[in-house]
Design a protein around this ligand. Structure first.
Ligand code: HEM
Length: 166
């Protein structure tokens, strides 16, 4: 029969090992995004970004002014059930500018990227401050591009050299 103390030490040890393994597997978000066959060199589209919503993929990315931030460490904000979960895997720019996390501030992932038209100077300034907040707190893992750039996600086979180049 093991003593309570020994059991506690074993528990703490197991917890420590679990956290170490967790760190080892999630430490480099950029590497993870780059190893995703649908994301080439950190180039996301609204559709590929949507995969990083904390549900389909444990990592959470959001786009602010076409820059993609890894906000996984803010999972309490953006993870499932969090107050800003609507932003997970999405372009949050308009919502941040308007200080609203309503779904109506998000552009469908099938549509072209929001050009932020109609926002006032103050709203755009508010967005800039949010961008600064994200810059100070989170790592940039890529940039947001139109869905019709999807085809560039599949690396094209090398083209035969034309006679002119030879
Ligand atoms: C009922 C009103 C709200 C309350 C009480 C509230 C409260 C908070 C608190 C306490 C924080 C954490 C600050 C920190 O420790 O850094 C926070 C962060 C934040 N809030 Fe709100 N908030 C509210 C509304 C909103 C709305 C409407 C938005 C929509 C844009 C929003 C977006 C954010 C974002 C993006 C963060 C930063 C999270 C991060 O650092 O990743 N909040 N809010």
């Amino acid at each position: 029969m093991i003593s309570l103390n020994t059991a506690l030490i074993i528990l703490v040890f197991l917890f420590f090992i679990k956290s170490m393994v967790g760190v080892a597997t999630t430490e480099n978000p950029l590497e993870q995004a780059e190893s995703d066959p649908l994301v080439i060199e950190g180039k996301f589209t609204p559709k590929t970004l949507a995969r990083y919503n904390g549900i389909d993929n444990p990592r959470i990315f959001i786009a602010v002014k076409k820059r993609v931030f890894d906000v996984t460490q803010g999972a309490t904000f953006y993870g499932p059930g969090g107050p800003y979960e609507n932003f997970a895997g999405r372009d949050a720019s308009r919502g941040l500018a308007l200080n609203s996390f309503e779904l109506s501030c998000l552009t469908s992932i099938d549509e072209p990227i929001d050009t932020l038209t109609g926002l006032t100077k103050e709203e755009l300034e508010s967005l800039d401050s949010w961008e600064q907040h994200f810059d100070n707190k989170y790592k940039v893992v890529g940039t947001l591009h139109e869905n019709n750039a999807d085809s560039s996600e599949v690396v094209p086979p090398p083209q035969p050299q034309s006679k002119k180049d030879a």
